[in-house]
Design a protein around this ligand. Sequence first.
Ligand code: ATP
Length: 208
Amino acid sequence: MRPPLVVGLTGGIASGKTTVANWFAAFGVPVIDADVLAHELVLSGRPAFREVVAAFGEQMINDKGELDRAKMRALVFSHPEQRKQLETILHPRIRDEMRRRIRALAAPYCVLSVPLLLESGQQDLVDRVLVIDVPPQLQVARVQERDGTDRKTIDGILNAQANRAARRTAADDIIDNSGDLAELRAQVMMLHIRYLQLAQTDLPRRTE
Ligand code: ATP
């Protein structure tokens, strides 16, 4: 069987990646989430956890002995050099794991959700780039409503991410998430049909 067509799902903070990925999953599409893999990689005691602690210090461990993700996030998004250092530890491992999981799938297509797909130059892992587009002011409002992240951290994250125009240019498909959830879901459904059709064509696959 051919490997699945790989759709790389990306978008800025709070653009709706999780919401969209969950709908693809509800349609029976395998979803591989780089954030989930990153969480698993830094579970206490794993090699990447030890490397992160060696690089950033014991103060990054919370009282449960786990990596303090909120603290790490605030640090790396206000210090670009440290963000690079963290990415050097995590990205090759996430990449290897994503490739391994894609190859193990038996499905017409799969969704690879990678928030920094474009910023980290990982388009080569995917057959199509699906971008969720949303105006920055809506991103800020949705993050604040969801988890009350402070404005400085949100601005740091927005600055570290590709800008809207760059994302749109890199996209094969675009979801407009400036409307309500029903409008979002309708777009996901249309794309699901399109990807099933594309998966039946002879297009070469990256993972072949
Ligand atoms: P992050 O980058 O932080 O991981 P994300 O891109 O995965 O975020 P979601 O978590 O799916 O984004 O969405 C961010 C928040 O915005 C959530 O609380 C979600 O319920 C809400 N949201 C997403 N799309 C819409 C919409 N169209 N209308 C209203 N709320 C929305």
